[in-house]
Design a protein around this ligand. Structure first.
Ligand code: HAM
Length: 467
């Protein structure tokens, strides 16, 4: 090993005094002399076996985006830290406790994005999107970073899918977004409940906060320690408290709806009327306030309807969103009302799996048209080309070159539930033929290799009505 390499190795292994080594979920294991690596705390891999769920989620989102005319926006994972601090707000958990903030090599204060709404607003202003036909509808899918305390459903890197409508104040936009969230889970087959509320405009909220603090102060001795702190720091979060002892106080607390002016009340009424018209069920929840500062008027959150909500951990909201009419202006753009929401993918996948397990629903399996089984070296060489040709003609062919016996390959075909197996052995290679086996009846037919594509497509056409 070169001197340079030895030095580098020492640097990695020895943490500097006073500096903590990065914590990992499991201690790095030692295999012989070789060090292996574990994940950083709160990080996770999405393994190939999860793909069937993730792909389905992505396709459902993409399909809905197309249907509701949202265009994809891709923003950087790294942005100026102030973008998030100004929009999400000092005093929120995301900004105060959870942001990954650091200086880059030029000394700029940057942050890994904890969400995309602020970035979408930045892009809207920066690219002069207010000059386009309004509203501008954008959707995204990607990783977010929050230095949260890891637990069930809470990661430090997680995926969100989100939809943002900028440049339109009409309550129909709020209803359309709630409908979209509702349809997303409906299409995936997961029953959810959508909680809605209105938190009004900042002036209305300020008056409400004063009343809330006054009320809670009079009940101070009944409150948990966290709530005593919230009372001074962030009174709206009092309404989030899950502690048993605070519940009776919360139940009798003043409700924000009573502090809304006519215009905000009307806006909310119209959103609810649209939802009734669309037959989208919702739960009115007067204590729903959301944890980010930029919201005005409508806010909503999505919860799974599962028998064991506790299994999802305390963080059971699958997603949330609302209106943020003042944010574009606050971030330096022209006044442009807006609304949006995002859904957490890990939490949603986990809720769907639990629901499927509880109801004995099988996960989706990828459907192949045929399985190609090969026997012997020559056949294997021919098989790879045959698979590629069939794939180019639009057929989905599965195979496994590490299996050599016909029995094990047919067993694999059987477990995949493919309707046909294509068998290619030494004899078939020499004759220029392939055997097509009907997996249900076991009937086999010898076909010219040049004709296999057409014969297979013809046979498969009998399933067309099932699609
Ligand atoms: P949020 O409520 O902070 O809203 O996050 C939305 C969803 O992201 C949560 O309901 C949850 O499913 C998921 N999520 C949040 N933190 C974590 C975590 N640590 N681990 C796993 N999943 C998590 C927003 O982010 C807003 N930008 C939503 C929005 C869009 N409002 C308007 N437009």
């Amino acid at each position: 090993m070169s001197k340079q390499k030895i030095k580098e190795k020492k640097k990695i292994v020895k943490a500097k005094p006073g500096k903590e080594k990065p914590r990992t979920d499991a201690a790095a294991a030692n295999t012989g002399n070789k060090k292996t690596y574990a994940l950083l705390r709160g990080m996770h891999d999405v393994l190939p076996r999860e793909e069937k769920y993730w792909k389905n989620f992505y396709h459902t989102a993409e399909h809905l985006a197309e249907h509701f005319q949202f265009s994809r926006i891709e923003t950087p994972l790294l942005e100026e830290a102030n973008l998030f601090i100004r929009s999400i707000g000092k005093g929120t958990d995301v900004v105060d406790k959870e942001m990954y903030v650091f200086e880059d090599r030029d000394g700029n204060k940057v942050a890994l994005r904890p969400e995309v709404t602020a970035s979408a607003v930045r892009a809207y202003i920066m690219h002069g999107m207010w000059n386009m036909t309004q509203p501008v509808k954008m959707w995204y899918w990607g990783q977010m970073f929050r230095y949260d305390r890891p637990q069930a459903g809470r990661y430090r890197q997680f995926f969100q899918v989100g939809f943002e409508t900028l440049g339109d104040a009409d309550p129909v936009v709020d209803a359309e977004l709630i409908l979209l969230a509702h349809n997303f889970y409906k299409d995936l087959g997961l029953p959810v409940e959508i909680h809605v509320n209105s938190i009004g405009l900042p002036e209305e909220r300020q008056k409400y906060k004063t009343a809330l603090v006054e009320y809670y102060r009079s009940k101070r001795s009944y409150l948990c320690d966290d709530c005593k702190q919230r009372l001074n720091k962030n009174p709206l979060r009092l309404l989030d408290c899950k502690q048993e002892r605070c519940q009776p106080v919360k139940e009798d607390a003043p409700q924000i709806i009573d502090w809304l002016e006519e215009e905000s009340k009307n806006h909310f009424m119209k959103v609810l009327e649209y939802l009734d018209e669309l037959a989208v069920p919702y739960v009115l929840r007067s204590t729903l306030v959301r944890g980010l500062d930029y919201y005005t008027r409508t806010v909503f959150e999505v919860y799974p309807v599962v028998s064991d909500v506790n299994a999802l951990g305390a963080q059971s909201a699958l997603g949330g969103g609302g209106r943020y009419d003042l944010l574009v202006q606050e971030m330096g753009g022209r006044p442009s009302p807006a609304a949006g929401f995002s859904l957490g993918i890990e939490r949603s996948v986990s809720a769907l799996k639990q629901y499927m397990d509880a109801n004995q629903i099988k996960p989706p399996v990828q459907k192949f048209d045929a399985y190609l089984a090969q026997l012997g070296d020559q056949a294997r060489r021919r098989a790879l080309k045959a698979i590629n040709d069939l794939r180019n003609s639009g057929l989905k062919i599965d195979y496994n070159f590490s299996k050599n016996s016909l029995k094990s390959q047919l067993e694999a075909a059987n477990s995949l539930q493919v309707p046909y197996a294509l068998i290619l052995g030494q004899k078939e290679v020499q004759d220029g033929t392939v055997i097509i086996r009907d997996m249900e009846s076991g009937v086999q037919e010898i076909v010219d290799q040049k004709k296999v594509e057409n014969v297979l497509k013809k046979k498969l056409s009998r399933f067309d009505d099932d699609k």
